[in-house]
Design a protein around this ligand. Structure first.
Ligand SMILES: [Zn+2]
Length: 169
């Protein structure tokens, strides 16, 4: 079941979850975030993005929604609530690490683009060197929360000022 032009629902949920829920599994994933991933693919002219690959015979099942019993499930993480994706970008035979670095460099310069696309957090390149972790976790009181932490170049407060200026929050 396609969610966007290039992303299938099965790529963002575990295999057993898909088998139990089928198309209703869509209720457990932030579809806006999936659309954001599609936007990233076009924005960076990636040929494809890899999230879970179990539907293609691969082993990855924990790059989108995580469920109890999975190794990386911890109960209250962004993945555990269907609000995070771990994306491996692909373009020709370029190294994923280089594409990830290129993405981080750009994202640090234009953080507002990412907020506007429902991406509220991007993990640091130190935490995620060969993939891109994006999530849409927002606290009710956004004063201390809305931030992109892929770099220590700016504090969350600086991002908040930028967003206020743009009328995003
Ligand atoms: Zn992640």
């Amino acid at each position: 079941m396609k969610l966007t032009a290039n992303i299938d629902l099965r790529e963002v949920v575990p295999k057993s979850f898909w088998e139990a829920k089928k198309h209703r599994a869509v209720r457990f994933i932030d579809a806006g975030l999936v659309m954001a991933a599609q936007w990233m693919m076009r924005r960076y002219k990636w040929d494809s993005i890899m999230i879970n690959d179990w539907m293609y015979g691969g082993q990855s099942e924990q790059r989108g929604l995580r469920i109890p019993g999975q190794k990386l499930y911890r109960g209250d993480g962004a993945h555990d609530t269907g609000r995070a994706l771990d994306i491996i970008p692909r373009r020709g035979d370029e190294n994923a690490r280089d594409l990830v670095a290129e993405f981080h460099e750009h994202a640090a310069t234009y953080p507002r683009l990412y907020f506007a696309n429902n991406i509220w957090r991007i993990e640091t390149i130190q935490l995620a060197p060969t993939w891109i972790h994006i999530d849409s976790i927002i606290w009710p009181d956004q004063k201390e929360v809305a931030f992109i932490d892929m770099t220590t170049r700016y504090s969350p407060q600086v991002y908040m000022e930028m967003m206020k200026k743009d009328g995003i929050c």
